[in-house]
Design a binder for this molecule. Structure first.
Ligand code: SAH
Length: 218
């Protein structure tokens, strides 16, 4: 007996099942992840592996994050429909696209101009008109548009960058990996209160490092 290869629909069902089994249970997050096709953010042979729960290579030596990690970070961010969200580390644009389904407006910054250009092309093709993608060093945030209801950083810094903390609204939430780049990092959630910040540690993760400065063009 031969086993037929899984159809696209079956692979997408398995994808959603895997997300749920890894703790992504928020209905709005799951439905955003069902709507946004991860394959659109990958190239060549990697697009065929889009529904595997694994990080994959993208241009500029960077990676698209593991879908369950994208789901868990999005869930921890608890995005509300009126929110203005800032993402540092556009990469493929996948995380920003998911946020665009949940928030009013998404700003996303990457230090690689090429990644920003390619992500914009996908956002346009998918008609995601509430995302603004910019090339810059995201460790300084986006003072022009601050403050933000939510901030998500998808590259690891040793500590939460001061300018990002400063650009978070009171009541706002920031989710980011912290720790040295070559060891296991911790995903943390920072809540800004009226008189300070509350921190909680969510899980171990592994991200590419947050690097200073805009990347030279290649
Ligand atoms: N969120 C992405 C994955 C990000 S990978 C996705 O959904 O595909 C991390 C990204 O952070 C890389 O693209 C890297 O170029 C970017 N990055 C690293 N340091 C940065 C900095 N200081 N400012 C902006 N982007 C940075």
């Amino acid at each position: 007996m031969t086993i037929a290869p899984a159809s696209d629909a079956e692979r997408k069902m398995q994808f959603l099942f895997a997300l749920r089994s890894k703790g992504v249970t928020d209905a709005r997050v799951l439905s955003a992840m069902e709507r946004i096709d991860r394959a659109r953010f990958l190239r060549g042979l990697f697009a065929e592996r889009a529904y595997e729960d694994t990080p994959l290579p993208i241009a500029c030596g960077q990676t698209i994050s593991q879908p369950s990690v994208v789901g868990l970070m999005t869930q921890a961010l608890n995005v509300q429909p009126r929110d203005k969200v800032l993402e540092i580390g556009t990469g493929s644009g996948y995380q920003a696209a998911i946020l665009s389904q949940l928030a009013r407006r998404v700003y996303t910054i990457d230090r690689h101009k090429r990644l920003v250009r390619e992500a914009r092309t996908v956002f346009e093709a998918l008609d995601l008109s509430n995302i603004t993608a910019l090339t810059d060093d995201g460790s300084f945030g986006l003072p022009d548009q601050a403050p933000f209801d939510r901030i998500i950083v998808t590259a690891a810094a040793e500590d939460p960058p001061g300018p990002l903390l400063a650009q978070l609204k009171p009541g706002g939430i920031m989710v980011l990996p912290v720790g040295q780049s070559d060891t296991v990092q911790s995903l943390i959630r920072v809540r800004r209160t009226e008189d300070g910040f509350d921190y909680d540690e969510l899980r171990p993760v592994r991200f590419v490092p947050l690097i200073e400065g805009v990347a030279p063009e290649n």
